[in-house]
Design a protein around this ligand. Structure first.
Ligand SMILES: Nc1ncnc2c1ncn2[C@@H]1O[C@H](COP(=O)(O)OP(=O)(O)O)[C@@H](O)[C@H]1O
Ligand SMILES: [Mg+2]
Length: 342
């Protein structure tokens, strides 16, 4: 198998807890040809989409992942994208739509995870905000707009004591704040700030009902082909409303309860339909807060808590997807021959 990881620069990988590094380690350990690149290194040479890659040297692979990171050696090479069996998109948000344009030309030949269509559709929080939820069971009441007066009215009219404001394109908890009822004096200024953060253009803002119970943390669920494969509770740091580990949260063991499993089932079938095969869900009190499709993390912590090896499951899944496509293409070749010879 040939794997390409499109990700953040290798130097920025944090070996102790990085999820992408665990996926890479698994593929290199299997003896595959594995390369990594960053979005900016995609190129077209004579009408063939290529990437300037770092190709991992094959040989003995240390069991310890930090040791693997330290010892990794590469060959720098320009390789055609269509020569890979799997392209794993592990770049951090925000999504670079040009990268997807490069991948469009190879999407019928290469197994891309997550699919281009899925990444296009779900690359920001609008995917969750617009989740079809007529009975109001799946997501908290959510409004998205650039219209300051509208958002002010929504906040004023809400019965909730607290609301959450966050940028549409944020991640890692950045810009997530709690609006307390009675702090109305700050709201106009905050909305101005959030809407006008872009240099040239204005930005969309999310205003959402605060889900009571969030103080105890949120639940990160890793979903593979629509099924939960692991979960953990992330608990906010003292005095913070955000459970993200990058915002100082800590992690604890969590077993999904009935309501959470039901939610995963509903969301899972939509994910598969949308080509979103490896996804991180954030849940609070059985409500869906976020669907993370660009480089979801958490494998290292969940492995530690549950003594699992989730990277093996994910790579098995990618391998199987490639093999089943190959099998059906061989079969089609045979059938075409039968017809041709008729
Ligand atoms: N509606 C909400 N109610 C309570 N807490 C929330 C709500 N939305 C977000 N949070 C807290 O903020 C964190 C980050 O929000 P999230 O929407 O997942 O954005 P990010 O992309 O930054 O992770 C969540 O994990 C949760 O702890
Ligand atoms: Mg989140």
């Amino acid at each position: 198998m040939n794997y390409l990881f499109i990700m953040y620069p290798w130097e920025r990988v944090k070996p102790l807890n990085d999820t992408t590094l665990r996926l890479i380690h698994e593929t290199v350990d299997r003896g595959y040809t594995v390369a990594m690149t960053v979005g900016a290194n995609l190129t077209i040479r004579d009408s063939t989409p290529m990437a300037f890659c770092k190709v991992f040297e094959k040989g003995k692979v240390p069991k310890s992942i930090p040791a693997f990171y330290k010892a990794a050696k590469f060959k720098e090479q320009m390789l055609p994208l269509a020569g890979f069996d799997v392209i794993f998109m592990r770049a951090n948000p925000p999504l670079d739509s040009i990268v997807l344009n490069f991948l469009d030309s190879v999407k019928n030949d290469v197994f891309i995870i997550n699919s281009i269509e899925g990444l296009r559709e779900a690359n920001n929080k609008l995917y969750t905000a617009a989740f079809h939820d007529p009975k109001k069971e799946i997501i908290p009441v959510t409004h998205v707009s650039k219209n300051k007066e509208y958002l002010q009215r929504v906040i004023k009219e809400s019965n909730a004591d607290k609301m959450i404001m966050k940028p549409l394109n944020g991640y890692g908890g950045s810009g997530v704040i709690v609006l307390e009822k009675g702090a109305d004096k700050n709201i106009s200024s905050l909305l101005d700030f959030y809407i006008n953060t872009g240099k040239d253009d204005s930005s969309y803002v999310i205003v959402q009902e605060y889900v009571e119970g969030a103080e105890k943390g949120d639940i990160r669920v890793l979903m593979l082909h629509g099924e939960p494969i692991g979960a953990m509770r992330r608990v906010p740091a003292e005095g913070d409303a955000r459970s993200n580990l990058s915002a100082g949260g800590t992690y604890e063991k969590h077993v999904l309860n009935k309501a959470e499993k039901r939610l995963c089932k509903v969301v899972g079938s939509k994910l598969v339909k949308d080509g979103l095969f490896f996804v991180g869900l954030d849940l609070i009190e059985g409500k869906l807060i976020e669907v993370n499709v660009l480089s979801p993390g958490g494998i290292t912590y969940i492995n530690k808590l549950n003594k699992t090896n989730l990277q093996k499951k994910v790579i098995d899944y990618c391998d199987d997807s490639v093999k089943s496509k190959e099998t059906s293409s061989v079969r089609r070749g045979e059938l075409r021959k039968t017809v041709k010879d008729a």
